[in-house]
Write a protein that binds this ligand. Structure first.
Ligand SMILES: [Zn+2]
Length: 374
């Protein structure tokens, strides 16, 4: 979800081939702290709920192509699974007394349309659509518009051995006060800034274990991960019934929910694993680099997120190594690499001669609507 490229969370899948120790709530770092807090009081006439959706933790899903827009036919099957999970949760939320339910795309598939097919969404819910591109995890956070957050179809964090486990994009591990976090916690910290708690998450069994950090949430296990690209499924109807019941329960105990708090300065980090890398930064003065990890002090959560985004953009530069590997393996690989060398040389010649300037970013199209960073 790098701002400059608009390649989202899992749009990374589209562009590649297709998305600690100690610490934890209550731990301190630098002079600040992270932990849990009490939510702001909910609005009087029924809770307003924002539902994030991702696309890797869906019920009935064990095929990675179903969350990759580049595999259109299978992605459409994934969209059906997504709408089924969402509608089960939305039904439960309204049964539980919700006044407003909005749905926002946190998958960023690269599809210019939302992953959620509007015509199939429970008509009582609506989608977050804006006039300009926005970052779903941080760009729509405002006080007083929602009382609770739900996250559907989420995945475990990098290194958790879940189905499609990752954090934000491929090869990225985000750390807060020395502890790796999931995207569900990222949402929790982000909305914690305005006193809104995450009350429910759905995803695989590995994510359930990751989220022991948020014991107040209702969690529905959709499947048991057996590898990053395989899972043992649970009966889908059973999972959907659980989702509806859990959503209703989550609103019933909204008063017991906690927010995640981030009071800076807090030490945060980004660790890269293949296909990403931060090894380029080793030895750069002023950068706290060790073992493919860069740490920095964040004054608040917004600063942490901005720093992570910049580092993610850097770490993703290593994805190109896979492309080089592919080219080397082809019969015409040496010729292509020779052409690449010539192109680099020519770009240098042209820039030095004033014949080449970088292309400008396309201007926003008037009237165009955005469902996220895409
Ligand atoms: Zn995703």
């Amino acid at each position: 979800m790098t701002r400059s490229t608009s390649f989202g969370l899992c749009a990374a899948l589209l562009v590649t081939v297709g998305c600690g120790t100690g610490g934890g709530p209550g731990s301190t770092s630098a002079r600040g702290s992270v932990g849990t807090g009490t939510p702001r009081a909910a609005s009087g006439d029924g809770p307003r709920v924002l539902v994030y959706h991702d696309m890797e933790g869906l019920a009935g899903q064990n095929d990675p192509t179903t969350y990759r827009f580049s595999h259109r036919d299978r992605y459409r099957v994934g969209q059906e699974m997504l709408i089924a999970d969402l509608n089960a949760v939305i039904g439960g939320l309204f049964d539980g007394g919700a006044k407003v339910v909005h749905v926002v795309d946190a998958h960023g598939s690269g599809n210019t349309d939302p992953d959620v097919v509007t015509a199939k969404l429970d008509p009582r819910a609506s989608q977050v659509i804006r006039d300009s591109a926005f970052m779903p995890y941080v760009g729509i956070v405002e006080p007083g518009i929602y009382d609770a957050i739900v996250a559907v179809g989420m995945h475990a964090k990098t290194g958790s051995r879940g189905f499609a486990s990752h954090t934000y994009t491929l090869g990225i591990d985000l750390q807060v006060a020395g502890t790796s976090i999931t995207e569900s916690e990222l949402v929790g910290y982000s909305w914690g800034r305005v006193g809104v708690p995450v009350i429910m998450v759905t995803g695989d069994d590995r994510l359930a274990a990751d989220l022991a950090t948020m014991p107040w949430i209702e969690f529905v296990v959709t499947k048991r991960a057996t590898a990053a690209d395989s899972a043992e499924l649970r009966p889908t109807a059973e999972v959907h019934a659980e989702m509806a019941a859990a959503a209703k329960r989550a609103l019933g105990k909204l008063a017991e929910a906690k927010t995640l708090t981030f009071v800076g300065p807090v030490t945060v980090g980004l660790r890269a694993v293949p296909p990403a890398s931060l090894a380029f930064l080793e030895g750069v003065p002023g950068i706290r680099y060790r073992d493919n990890t860069v740490e920095f002090e964040a004054a608040d959560f917004g600063a942490a997120f901005a720093g992570w985004e910049a580092l993610i953009g850097t770490a993703r530069q290593a994805y190109g190594q896979v492309l080089t590997e592919m080219i080397r393996g082809r019969p015409d690989g040496p010729a292509l690499l020779g052409e690449y060398s010539d192109r680099l040389f020519q770009r240098w010649m042209d820039v030095e001669s004033g014949r080449w300037v970088p292309p400008e970013r396309p201007a926003p199209v008037p009237g165009k609507r955005y469902h996220g960073a895409n």
